[in-house]
Design a protein around this ligand. Structure first.
Ligand SMILES: [Zn+2]
Length: 405
């Protein structure tokens, strides 16, 4: 049966960067940002700046999001688009600025979805699109944001576990209370079918436990995993999944008629995706260091390799399923001619590299986690090579034979 699946692991590739501060740059400007849920499908963002500014440079256009869903409440401020970049510009310096933001359901393939609306009125709201750099007459200053979230009466409000300028994350507003699964808080749209709920719960609990033992460390934060069910529309059998890791949590947005049918292949696909995203949570479960901006094949191919170990060890995949999964990736990489610089190559060819190292993925990643945290360096190919060089020869041989079994 054909199983058309469109998925994009946007998370780590599309983090909003606030610009690295250079020594000569002026200090970041303190900004209090309060995001208030004022009515169903309506929010208000109130900025208070420590000094007067004339612009917020918001970065790339996010489809029609700001044009369509943002209404400026402060007089004399306009949304300006220039070379595909957006900014809020004021005709005079100001220290306060307010925007009303309404329901918006669209998304661009290579960007975060601005708002994932749950069927029960809840929402995952992407905070990164509120951030930018500030214009002050001639120069630009980074925004040092202190974020406040305010929900409707009685509503659950959850901030990202690792918020901050360069790892913005989603905030949850809504009626659901998170359920504890393994060491994560999970919110699943009540519209989600039972098989999907079971698969996510089962995989999250088992895989968290596996990673905790494999990497010999507990999660430092309690990540929020949230699953918004957009609808069951589309072609028969179709599934669209958008999601990724951001702000220390994992966000999914599911859509498509295919989600109504429980099928072992769909369960396996969903379980693999959950385990892959949890692998990213662990890759960044460090006091410092972690996933960097370069060579996405390391964290994507690495997540595929670690995920597959987890699926084997927990029995979520049979040996046969795991082997098939691996063979499929290896074949895909051959078709891509071992190119680790293109989108699917990050996954397939990154996996191939981890599959071919003389050290199994779990001990290798355990060493990478430790080294990255100790050195404050992001994961890199040279880090991997250094770990492989230092490995005692006997251990190497042993692990290699384990790996091949
Ligand atoms: Zn990924």
């Amino acid at each position: 049966m054909p199983l058309p699946i469109r998925s994009s692991c946007a998370g780590l590739l599309f983090v909003v960067f606030m610009g690295t501060a250079h020594a000569a740059d002026p200090a970041p400007l303190r900004t209090e940002l309060t995001l208030t849920h004022i009515a169903t499908d309506k929010w208000r963002a109130d900025y208070v700046f420590a000094e007067p500014v004339t612009a917020i440079e918001l970065g790339p256009q996010i489809g029609t999001y700001r044009k369509q869903a943002w209404r400026l409440l402060t007089n004399g401020v306009d949304l300006v688009v220039q070379d595909n970049n957006e900014s809020l510009r004021s005709n005079k310096p100001l220290t306060q600025l307010s925007v009303e933001i309404s329901r918006y359901s669209n998304f661009e393939l290579d960007q975060y979805a601005p708002i994932n609306h749950f069927s029960d009125g809840g929402a995952d709201f992407y905070l990164g699109f509120l951030y930018g750099s500030l214009g002050q007459s001639e120069h630009k200053r980074d925004m040092a944001v202190t974020l406040h979230l305010q929900g409707l009466t009685g509503e659950t409000v959850l901030a990202p576990s690792k918020p901050g300028a360069d790892l913005a994350g989603y905030a949850y507003f809504g009626p659901s209370k998170p359920a504890r699964m393994g060491n994560a808080n999970v919110i699943i749209d009540p519209l989600a079918p039972a098989w999907l709920r079971d698969t996510i719960a089962d995989t999250t609990a088992k895989v968290s436990q596996f990673y905790e033992q494999a990497f010999q460390r507990k999660l430092t934060d309690t990540p929020l995993i949230s699953v918004a069910m957009i609808g069951f529309d589309g072609e028969p059998g179709s599934i669209s999944i958008k999601g990724g890791v951001v702000g220390g949590g994992v966000v999914y947005r599911l859509q498509g008629r295919g989600l109504m049918e429980d099928h072992p292949k769909r369960r396996a696909f969903m379980a693999g995706l959950v385990a892959h995203e949890m692998a990213h949570v662990w890759q960044n479960n460090l006091a410092r260091g972690g996933i960097g901006e370069n060579d996405p094949w390391i964290h994507e191919g690495g997540a595929e390799a670690i995920m597959l170990e987890a699926m084997r060890a927990t029995g979520i995949f049979t040996e046969e399923m795991a082997d098939q999964y691996a063979q499929k990736l290896l074949k895909e990489c051959d078709d891509l001619k071992d190119d680790v610089t293109i989108y699917r190559g990050f996954y397939a060819c990154g996996f191939k590299r981890f599959n071919s190292y003389p050290m199994a993925p779990v001990p290798l990643w355990r060493a990478m986690l430790t080294r990255s945290e100790d050195s404050d360096e992001s994961y890199s190919e040279s880090m991997i090579q250094a770990i492989l060089r230092e490995q005692p020869a006997t251990q190497k041989a042993q692990q290699h034979s384990e790996h091949l079994q």
